[in-house]
Design a protein around this ligand. Sequence first.
Ligand code: GRF
Length: 213
Amino acid sequence: MRVAVLISGRGSNMQALIDSCRTAESPAEIVLVISNHPSAAGLSIASNSGIEVAVVDHKNFADRTAFESELGRTLKSASIELVCLAGFMRLLSPDFVNNWRNRLVNIHPSLLPAFKGLNTHKRVIETGVRVTGCTVHFVRPEMDDGPIIVQAAVPVRPDDTERKLAERVLKVEHHCYPIAVRWIAEGRVRVIDERAIIDNSNTTKTWLINPEM
Ligand code: GRF
């Protein structure tokens, strides 16, 4: 499966996807990385890994429609089959999202549908929830909405700062995103009634408690 990753910044999730797709048995291949910021650090990581990169700078377009047309053209000309948003900081229009329905995925650093939007970890700490995590989901027109493919839980510690928590969640993100992409490329993910069903998946754990007893 030909995969593109859309970034706006440092690209650590992109790097995790590149690494995992490099293995011989991977059914997915990262063939293109697109950034809307010419200075995104992830761009040089991708090109140093020998991956084609493109910049589609939203500032060069009159409006969102023109920006997204160019994005669509770039994806099409590389015969992209799956698009992964990885820290891509532009909201995409319903038209674009619907064109890529069930072929467009995102990673968000919380257990959706809780804590949609920005400053997730700060709000998690302020709210006092004991468990947070990350979510990989198919994208729908509403922000941080859509069928959930995989989630991982991360306990919130009493001494957590935004930074410490973000670091722990990010490590788990780097596991979850490659798994979700692999399952999609293997054809094991189906969306039925707006829920993602994963064929042949396991859940052996019965519960998680924080604080521990
Ligand atoms: C990640 O925390 C991701 O969940 C969110 O944006 C951040 C991107 O980080 N959507 P990176 O660019 O992948 O390092």
